[in-house]
Design a protein around this ligand. Sequence first.
Ligand code: GUN
Ligand code: ZN
Length: 406
Amino acid sequence: MKVYHGRILSFEDPTSPREYGYMAVDDNGRIVSLSHERQDVGGEFVDYSGYLILPGFVDAHIHLPQFHRRAMISNSLLEWLERHIFPAEMKFSDPSLARNIAREFFSALLRNGTTTAAVYSSPHRESTNIAFEEAAKSGIRAVIGQVLMDMNGPEELLTTPEKAVEDIRGVASRWHGFDDRLFYAVTPRFAVSCSMALLKAASEIARRLNLYVQTHLSEQLGEIAEVMRLFPGFESYTEIYLRAGLLGEKTIVGHAIHLDDRERKLLAGTRTKIAHCPSSNFFLHSGVMDLEAHERFGLTIALGSDVGAGPFISMFNVLRDAYYANAMSPAKAFHLLTMGGARVLGMEDRIGSLEPGKEADFVVLNPGPLASIHDDLEVLLSRLMILGDERNVVATYVRGKRLWPS
Ligand code: GUN
Ligand code: ZN
């Protein structure tokens, strides 16, 4: 047993954070109790007085092979992919490069307070396997998948529906459910680079093996025009994914910016989840997602850095951009980051907030020099939301284990 002391906050209610002084965590990394006063539960006392303790951050959309290709400007998403991203992802055919970058990537996530991430790997089976190996070693919680494309890209990055299914089976059989911490996501890149046959094969194997699905939806107007040209006879981008069988409870679509209400209804009706990526949307001038409209339809929303179209690995920067995109209280922003992330991944029973019975994924934050620990909560959280960065992260824990500093 360990008892952590600090200014402990949890955001299960988007309008008012809960606050505690003490959190007891058992040897399996499960939260036993939260309280205002110190209780006599024995165990080791870990004194973080002067620091904040928050639920671990969830990044619901990030690309591992794009880690070193951040901040490469371009005129459009499609041009950016061709000029900067496909060449970067091709390099992941080299296992030693794939391993070095994966190691660096997961350690950067933990250093920034991200305890759970939904990760796009490269279009290679081996690099995806390596990503799982490095995630396993790092201790992070993650959903990871090999990017699938079978058209409109360089030959080296393309697969076929048959090979895609074989690759997914091979990697998912080893890793899906590993340590109850790592899971497989079937990851068709987006409709521009996937035939209907590939989209259908992807959704079938995902359903059969009960895997996650992640993809991009409706990010830029030029992309949407290209998708509608490639898939004539469909009413909308969302309808293409619906007909392919891709939408559902375990599906996370990134961006989802230029949607009409019929599409929102399809997403809500299938309980498809949304990864909102505001930093990326600003960087590539993709547009501004209408959070309120999505919420009117009851959609479940998390935040994603979308590195490398998003330039920032720190979820503090993503919080700031989420606020610039849609005015919201800091408590709401932290709620989306933590509870929203857990809900989008269907993990709300085990993570997303600090509550008895949940697993102890948390970050320890030094509020200085942005604010004083004694400040009013609104002031503290507002300063962190707009100005926070990795320098504020003092320690990162997953399942009660300190992973950073290691
Ligand atoms: N659409 C298809 N692929 C990508 C990608 O790698 N990044 C972003 N932001 N959008 C995409
Ligand atoms: Zn993306």
